[in-house]
Design a protein around this ligand. Structure first.
Ligand code: SAH
Ligand code: MG
Length: 210
């Protein structure tokens, strides 16, 4: 179980990860590390580091590292005028979103900084040089059709056999939310025959690389 102090900390952290899905994410990461010992965890889409804390708690237990990918400029839906915009996350000097300082504070405050490496840049550019099979890859990056499809294409080959592909914001019905993670990541993964569903919590889906 995740230590209760850390759980409280993760729950209070800024971001987009419901409590029950955060716990499920932690538990999936623990299981993934047990299945593929020593292999890293990769996160695509960190924002202010909320999901990172859940993952890093599991990484510490298992003696591995979370590599957390984000350009920290926000997704389309985080930009001014969009539904998920938070104005205080704009760097006033350049008038661009910058979640990196908040991410750094969140991770530092969790006490798990030694278990997290921030990779700041475009997800496809980082995937292109990624070489290590991962115990778990958690995709929660851009939720447009194109970025979601690209994240599936470039990151799913890096899940170790027996490891997990975790996908956030999977909504089967358009009334519940955007369809890109469902249509561009979840369905193609299952249809490929390379992944089988293992856990479902809210909009979190965890698939095993079989
Ligand atoms: N997991 C987070 C929420 C992530 S929000 C939490 O628990 O709160 C999605 C994030 O994906 C944003 O921070 C955005 O900057 C990032 N993102 C979107 N497209 C990206 C891309 N192409 N490369 C890197 N990061 C990207
Ligand atoms: Mg999400």
């Amino acid at each position: 179980m995740m230590p209760s102090k850390l759980l409280d900390y993760a729950r209070a952290a800024r971001g987009f990860m419901p409590d029950d899905e955060g716990v499920a994410l932690y538990e999936a990461a623990v299981a993934a590390i047990e299945r593929v010992p020593g292999a890293p965890i990769v996160e695509i889409g960190a924002y202010c580091g909320k999901s990172t804390v859940y993952l890093a708690s599991a990484a510490r237990d298992g003696g591995v590292t979370v590599y957390s990918v984000d350009h920290h400029r926000g997704s389309e839906e985080n930009q001014p005028g969009w539904e998920w915009h938070e104005p205080d996350l704009v760097d006033p000097e350049i008038n661009k979103m910058d979640t990196l300082p908040t991410f750094r504070r969140t991770v530092y405050g969790s006490g798990l900084e030694d278990h997290v490496v921030a990779l700041v840049g475009q997800s496809p550019q980082l995937a292109a040089i990624w070489g290590a099979p991962a115990a778990m890859i958690f995709i929660d990056g851009g939720h447009g059709e194109e970025p979601a499809a690209v994240d599936y294409k470039v990151w799913s080959p890096h899940v170790a056999i027996g490891g997990y592909l975790a996908i956030h914001d999977v909504f089967e019905s358009p009334e519940d939310g955007g369809q890109a993670p469902y249509e561009q990541i979840y369905l193609p993964a299952l249809q490929s025959g390379l992944f089988a569903e293992r856990f479902v919590t809210g909009s979190l889906r965890v698939l095993e690389r079989v």
